[in-house]
Each structure stands twice: as structure tokens, then as C-alpha cells.
Design a protein around this ligand. Structure first.
Ligand code: EPU
Length: 302
């Protein structure tokens, strides 16, 4: 979608919005898939309610993009604009055992910044690509650690109320790759509390997780991490692998030959290719195991 009306462009300027017309979302996603639309980047969290109000008043649909590492976006000219937060500097602030972290901060960098201040606990999250905001919303996890465990409060923009609000620990429920945030909540900032540990010990944990990840995941290929959630008590990767589907492809969308729950863009895959691959693999797992796999990746259909 292209915003062309001069009065909207002026209002966007007044809110300090950086606009990239006809941005390629493929360039903003780890899968390298996605069509084009206007990208509106905003620095001031406080301006978000006014920006969304403006778009609503003008009948312009919008979506929020975090780090772009767990999303599959439709091809072609998209019917909505995309909003993205610009991280402030610094985006990770440590005060004793407490860490204030901006939603737009890179998760891996947040983990290492905390480590340097002797704050551990998040070692398992080191290789999870993406922003802190995405990690909060999905309750990102790896190697026995989930981010939700450390959350004390989260500042969100609540679309339903059109205002920013702070949710405290007991008001948010974190489950496996799922949280109780409303669909219209946009993560802005979080306060985490982390255990104090010697830096060397945290670093050793980080190295172990990096090594495990390198050994089992296709890190040098375009992917959105695991495509499906693990079913209760099971492993989507093991089931797909067991069906001999590593290397199986629809167009340039391919089941990774390293980890079967990673679907990679091996060239110029389209969203259509990837959706086709997801549907086919799901159908084969259903036929073989009677198990309905649920996507972990977020799908933005146009
Ligand atoms: N396995 C296979 N073949 C494969 C892949 C896995 O047989 O192609 C087997 C493994 O040998 C192992 C079991 O399946 O016995 C589980 O595999 P793995 O340890 O790789 O973990 P996972 O359950 O597939 C989960 C998360 C990952 C996270 C890792 C490490 C989900 C959907 N995936 O993967 O998270 O990095 O554990 O903790 O929960 C993500 O969320 O995007 C993601 C990649």
C-alpha cells in the first residue's frame, strides 16, 4: 500500500515517522520472503497511539513487524502498511539485577549485554534470532529457557484501548510459544530480573548453546526457525524427518536437510511456495501420525 496523500505524509512527519515507500519486506525478514508496502518506522513509543489513530482515521490498515525472524509474509503489493519501532540508544539498561530492555532491541545482544554485567539465566536464548518484542510475545525459548520466566513487567501499546499500558508479572501468562497478550498488543519495553552469576560461567553456557545450535540447525540458510510447534510430548522435527522429508521442496521452499522442522528459502521462494510446503508436510504428518501440527511461524496473508 502506498501513502500518497500530502496531509497524511505531513502528519507522519510531525510524529517523527521515518517512511520508506514501497519497501521490500523480503529484505526485512529472515526467510527473505514478503511483498512490498510502505514501511513506517517510529522512534517515540509515546507517539504510537497518535500514529495508529491517524491510520485508523484515514482507513489505512497496518501491521507491526518486530525483528522479522518468525513471520511469513504474503507476496506482491500488500494491502496494509507496516509499522516498526526504532530502538532507542541504549536499548538495554542494567540497574543491579533489573534490566530495562526495549522491544526493538536485538535479543542476542540483550543476552550478551546482560552477561557482561554478570546477569545470566538467558544463555539458552543466545542464538534465537529476532527482537526482544517478538521474543516476549511468543515466549521464545530454547535449551530449557523461556524469556517469560524473567519478566517482571511489560509496557505495551493496547490497540483495544488506543493507549500504552504497563502489565505486571501476574497479569501476563507465559506458556509454550504462547502468551496471554491480546492480538492487538504491541510490545514496547520490558523489565526483566535476572540471576547474578560470574561472567565466565555465563559465557561458558552461551558457548555450549551456540555449539548445540550450530550442530543441529541450518544457521547459514534463510529460515524462520522452527515452522511448527512441537505437539505435546512429541517432536515435529523428528516426525517430519521420520517421513523422509528432509530436502522435500515446493518451488524454492525446502525442508532443511539439517533440521526437518526448519523450512528454508533455498533461492527465490515465494510465500505461496512456503505455504504449499507447510500444507503438504502437515498433511503427510496427519496421514502418518494422526497429529495436526500447528504453525509456530506467524503468517501474514494479504
Ligand atoms: N530430530 C530429528 N530430526 C530432525 C530434527 C530433530 O530426529 O530433523 C530429533 C532430535 O534428534 C531430537 C528431537 O528431534 O531428539 C528434538 O530436536 P531438537 O533438540 O533440535 O529440538 P526441537 O524440539 O526440534 C526446539 C525448539 C527450537 C529450539 C530447540 C533447542 C520448538 C518448535 N523448537 O526444537 O526452537 O531452538 O528446541 O532448544 O519448540 C524455534 O522456536 O523456532 C526453534 C527453532
Amino acid at each position: 500500500m502506498r501513502i500518497e496523500s500530502p496531509h497524511i505524509l505531513r502528519a507522519l512527519g510531525e510524529l517523527g515517522v521515518e517512511r520508506r515507500p514501497a519497501a521490500s519486506l523480503a529484505e526485512l525478514t529472515s526467510l527473505g520472503i514478503g511483498g512490498t508496502t510502505d514501511l513506517l518506522r517510529i522512534r517515540q513509543h509515546g507517539h504510537l497511539p497518535a500514529l495508529v489513530r491517524l491510520l485508523r482515521d484515514e482507513g489505512i490498515e497496518h501491521r507491526f513487524l518486530g525483528g522479522g525472524t518468525n513471520v511469513l509474509i504474503a507476496d506482491g503489493e500488500l494491502p496494509w502498511v507496516v509499522l516498526q519501532l526504532i530502538p532507542p540508544q541504549p536499548d538495554v539498561v542494567v540497574e543491579g539485577k533489573t534490566v530495562w530492555v526495549d522491544a526493538a532491541a536485538d535479543l542476542g545482544r540483550a543476552v550478551t549485554t546482560c552477561a557482561r554485567q554478570n546477569l545470566g539465566g538467558m544463555e539458552g536464548l543466545i542464538g534465537v534470532p529476532g527482537s526482544v518484542g517478538g521474543a516476549l510475545r511468543m515466549n521464545a525459548g530454547a535449551y530449557g529457557t523461556e524469556i517469560g520466566r524473567f519478566v517482571r513487567e511489560v509496557e505495551v501499546y493496547r490497540s483495544a484501548k488506543g493507549a500504552n499500558e504497563t502489565l505486571r508479572e501476574g497479569e501476563i501468562c507465559f506458556e509454550y510459544r504462547h502468551t496471554s497478550f491480546a492480538p492487538g498488543d504491541v510490545m514496547l519495553r520490558a523489565r526483566l530480573e535476572l540471576p547474578v552469576r560470574p561472567y565466565e560461567e555465563i559465557l561458558a553456557g552461551i558457548r555450549v548453546c551456540n555449539e548445540k545450535r550450530r550442530a543441529s540447525q541450518p544457521l547459514n540458510q534463510k529460515s524462520a526457525g522452527c515452522i511448527f510447534k512441537n505437539p505435546p510430548g512429541g517432536s515435529a522435527g523428528r516426525m517430519i524427518d521420520g517421513l523422509g522429508l528432509k530436502g522435500f521442496r515446493v518451488g524454492d521452499a525446502m525442508v532443511s536437510d539439517r533440521h526437518a522442522n526448519f523450512f528454508v528459502n533455498s533461492g527465490r521462494a515465494s510465500c505461496r511456495d512456503m505455504l504449499g510446503l507447510i500444507a503438504e508436510v502437515r498433511a503427510r504428518v496427519r496421514a502418518a501420525h494422526g497429529c495436526e501440527l500447528e504453525e509456530e511461524v506467524i503468517i501474514w496473508n494479504a
